[in-house]
Design a protein around this ligand. Structure first.
Ligand SMILES: Nc1ncnc2c1ncn2[C@@H]1O[C@H](COP(=O)(O)OP(=O)(O)OP(=O)(O)O)[C@@H](O)[C@H]1O
Length: 242
């Protein structure tokens, strides 16, 4: 399990995005990043995942175990990004095939079964519902077996009930990994996170979360109260900006 620190000022090319970031991301837990559209959440995700782009951190991105991050992070980007011409097994094994490695077909089949898609292995993405497509994307993350997983708005396109089911599934299957979740959904943040920050141009505000294990029950009074408080906090931000 790997803990992470993201400290410093985030830039997009020559434009400053967030000053004074100080994210202490715990190992083996879910940490959530919230914030208005365009604040720089995906930029942080890409930074942690080591993806190329104009995002820059003037500061330090460190793994608390002191080892390089390269090869330890898998990212599920916004949208499914499935290959439309490939079947589900080929989609799940794309990472290995791009690296020129031997794809583990048995594991791909097992993971597709684990995410509830047994029997659909040879379908194309166009023959799936939105929720099924997200399950394939989740299986593609799981096959990489990375200790750090970045989920950038993974369930935003789903209906509410499917989203709740996917949250439960992801929480079960990613248990024990260091997960960084980006979401606009206060309930999703509160159900799944052990730490949560609200990002703004001047830094990251540490958000309080209810006690207890995740995924939290969406009917629990303390979860509903936390959701209402977070909605009010977000609304206050928009009201100030307007
Ligand atoms: N490749 C790029 N080149 C230049 N600017 C970019 C690039 N990608 C994003 N930006 C800008 O950087 C800022 C931060 O973008 P980012 O995608 O990180 O925001 P976000 O908080 O994830 O937003 P959203 O919630 O809408 O996904 C935005 O103003 C965006 O327009």
């Amino acid at each position: 399990m790997i803990a992470l620190g993201v400290m410093g000022d985030l830039w997009m090319g020559d434009a400053p995005l967030i000053r004074n970031l100080a994210l202490d991301i715990p190992a083996g837990r879910w940490s959530c990043l919230l914030g208005a559209s365009g604040v720089g959440k995906s930029a942080i995700a890409r930074l942690i995942a080591g993806l190329p782009g104009p995002q820059r951190l003037k500061g330090r991105l460190i793994a608390r175990d002191g080892l390089p991050l390269a090869g330890t992070v898998t990212m599920m980007a916004q949208g499914e990004h499935l290959l439309p011409w490939a079947d589900l097994v080929q989609n799940v094994t794309i990472g290995a095939r791009l690296r020129g490695a031997q794809p583990d077909m048995a594991r791909a089949h097992a993971l597709l079964a684990q995410v509830g898609l047994a029997g659909l292995e040879h379908r194309r993405p166009a023959e799936l519902s939105g929720g099924q497509g997200q399950r394939v994307a989740l299986a593609r993350v799981l096959i990489e077996d990375a200790p750090i997983v970045v989920l950038d708005e993974p369930f935003s396109a789903l209906d509410t009930a499917t989203r709740l089911a996917m949250q439960d599934l992801a929480a079960a299957l990613l248990k024990g990994r260091t997960v960084i979740l980006i979401t606009h959904d206060p309930l999703e943040a509160i159900r799944l996170s052990d730490r949560a920050w609200l990002l703004g141009p001047c830094g990251a505000e540490d958000l309080g979360l209810p006690e207890g294990a995740t995924p939290r029950d969406f009917r629990a009074p303390e979860v509903l109260a936390a959701q209402a408080a977070l909605l009010a906090r977000l609304h206050r931000n928009i009201a100030c900006a307007g």
